[in-house]
Design a protein around this ligand. Structure first.
Ligand SMILES: Cc1cc2nc3c(=O)[nH]c(=O)nc-3n(C[C@H](O)[C@H](O)[C@H](O)COP(=O)(O)O)c2cc1C
Length: 157
């Protein structure tokens, strides 16, 4: 049996009341489907540090696209934790969701390159939602959270 509860850290950018926040709420609801076997900590990227990252069994990353890249807040989280985490988070399962106005590809490319540098493993394809999240997008966001949580609870990741 895997250590229980398994801990997921959700690190997010985006402004309060925004689209990334709505996607995040759906992702969090998906994590909640795993019940008490999974504990979730959600942190704004600017307030999230290395201790929380090193404590996590799984990672969720959420960001809007800004100027063809991830939000400065998420980039700042990576900038601050990359060297302190070096060699300590290899194999960490993660999933990414992106809110974009019309694109999102630059953000996915940027985050995936950085995740490769940490040695993290994507558990599912990134979710990119263009424009206002509709019910289908929110369902996919929920599924993304549920996928990581269920896999951790089952000891698959
Ligand atoms: C400063 C800024 C830059 C942006 N640059 C892009 C961009 O390069 N590509 C894109 O698709 N959307 C871009 N957008 C639109 C946002 O990605 C989009 O509105 C997103 O849904 C906002 O998420 P939020 O409500 O969580 O902040 C930009 C928005 C802002 C405020």
């Amino acid at each position: 049996m895997a250590e229980s509860p398994r801990r997921i850290l959700l690190v997010y950018g985006g402004h309060a009341g925004g689209r990334t926040e709505r996607l995040r709420a759906a992702v969090e609801a998906g994590v909640g489907e795993a019940g008490a076997e999974v504990a979730l900590t959600s942190r704004p990227a600017l307030a999230c540090g290395i201790e929380e990252l090193l404590d996590a069994h799984g990672l969720l990353l959420g960001t809007p696209e800004h100027f063809g890249y991830m939000s400065g807040a998420l980039k700042d989280f990576f900038d601050r934790t990359f060297y302190p985490a070096e060699g300590k988070t290899s194999g960490l399962p993660y999933a990414l969701f992106v809110s974009a106005g019309n694109d999102g590809t630059g953000t996915v490319r940027g985050v995936e390159r950085i995740a490769t540098g940490y040695g993290w493993n994507a558990v599912c394809p990134p979710l990119v939602v263009v424009g206002e999240p509709d019910s289908a997008a929110l369902a996919r966001a929920r599924e993304l959270g549920a996928t990581l949580a269920a896999g951790l609870a089952a000891g698959i990741f």
